[in-house]
Design a binder for this molecule. Structure first.
Ligand code: MG
Ligand code: MG
Length: 239
């Protein structure tokens, strides 16, 4: 499963570098699809339950599942979550990151940092014999200690020969519960964090989830294998 996940990681790194004021979310999507197909990959989201694009691109108060559009122009001060899935060699890769567009307020930078750190802390819970809910607990503890909210309506997931497999991985909960982690399991862990209240709603396009209170939201995702040596982050950018 390294191949599809390394492809996603490489494309996300290039997309993050392409983010700038004046770029449209459709331009990012076109680049992502081109780079995936050039590498022999197939965009995993395009056509998934009718989703129309290669990327989910979610700006500011959009939490996840934003639809790329030529009308959506990124502006300095925005934050943009880019989520990508690819199928390659019969297996799926899935990862997401949130990046600032130009200069953003320090409060915004802090939201991105804390969300990224919550993912790192969640990944640190991935070990043979660990329990699934230890992952979400680690996210919730870190996020709420910084005064932010964990979005509850969307979850991480197992991943392999399908994009979304069991188990679901909430980003909150008490530790020591749920399935025991076993060698060879692969998990897409993806905290979604709101600066304000956690509640979300889906826009009329049927996809875009936004915070109900309009507060900023950040989203980071890695696909992680459970190994006897600990977590293997399959979507870690190449050194
Ligand atoms: Mg994803
Ligand atoms: Mg995912």
């Amino acid at each position: 499963m390294r191949a599809p996940n390394q492809l996603v990681a490489a494309i996300l790194a290039k997309l993050a570098a392409a983010v700038a004021p004046g770029v449209t979310t459709a331009e990012l999507d076109a680049l992502a699809e081109q780079w995936a197909r050039e590498a022999g990959g197939v965009p995993a989201f395009k056509g998934y339950r009718g989703f129309p694009a290669t990327l989910c691109v979610s700006v500011n108060d959009e939490v996840v599942h934003g639809i790329p559009s030529p009308a959506r122009v990124l502006r300095a001060g925005d934050i943009v979550s880019i989520d990508m899935g690819v199928k390659l060699g019969g297996f799926y890769g899935d990862s997401a990151l949130t990046v600032p567009v130009g200069d953003v307020p320090k409060e915004t930078t802090a939201l991105l940092e804390v969300t990224r750190q919550s993912l790192e802390r969640a990944i640190a819970q991935v070990r043979v014999g660990g329990r699934l809910s230890d992952i979400g607990h680690a996210v919730q503890e870190w996020v709420e200690a910084h005064g932010y909210s964990v979005v509850r309506e969307f979850v991480g997931h197992g991943i392999g020969e399908a994009l979304h497999e069991e188990p679901q991985i909430p980003n909150y909960g008490k530790p020591g519960r749920g399935p025991t982690l076993a060698e060879g399991m692969v998990l897409a862990i993806e905290p979604m964090v709101a600066m304000g209240r956690p509640e979300t709603k889906v826009l009329k396009d049927g996809w875009t989830a936004v915070t109900r209170d309009g507060s900023l939201a950040a989203h980071f995702e890695h696909t992680v294998a459970v190994t006897k040596d600990g977590p293997a982050v399959l979507t870690a950018p190449a050194a």
